[in-house]
Design a protein. Structure first.
Length: 139
């Protein structure tokens, strides 16, 4: 339950300072930027492939909404990663990523394992789009 604390008791136990609190903020996501961009690129490539294969005026608005969602879904975290307070943590380079790997909730992953885990869904979706494009082209 809540307990009422009087102003006198609060003033006695509270310490108020004007000193800024130093925070170390890491918003780098722990992965190389290229891997992040490859994921976004695969989703946008799928949408571009569908738009170019179907060429239906009725799909302009839905595909534009999907493309806007992908851009926003990857753009907002990009902006968030660079906002204040400034962070001295930078995304890993591919060399660092290859050497160190990454720790996840399921354990340590090598760079290859982490890359496969990150890219498997976008690549499968793009492969599905290519298969659909081939079927459309052959009919």
């Amino acid at each position: 339950m809540a307990e009422h604390i009087s102003q006198q008791d609060l003033a006695r136990i509270a310490t108020i300072t004007d000193a800024p609190v130093a925070m170390k903020v890491d918003r780098s996501f722990g992965l190389p930027t290229g891997l992040y961009m490859a994921t976004a690129g695969a989703y946008l490539a799928f949408l571009t492939l569908m738009a170019s294969m179907l060429l239906n005026p009725g799909l302009v608005i839905p595909l534009a909404i999907c493309a806007l969602s992908v851009v926003a879904g990857f753009g907002v975290p990009t902006i968030w990663a660079s906002m204040k307070p400034e962070s001295d943590c930078r995304p890993l380079t591919f060399g660092q990523f290859k050497h160190r790997g990454i720790n996840t909730l399921s354990g340590h992953l090598t760079a290859a394992e982490a890359s496969i885990q990150v890219l498997i869904l976008p690549v499968l979706i793009l492969a599905w789009g290519i298969a659909c494009a081939v079927i459309i082209a052959l009919t």
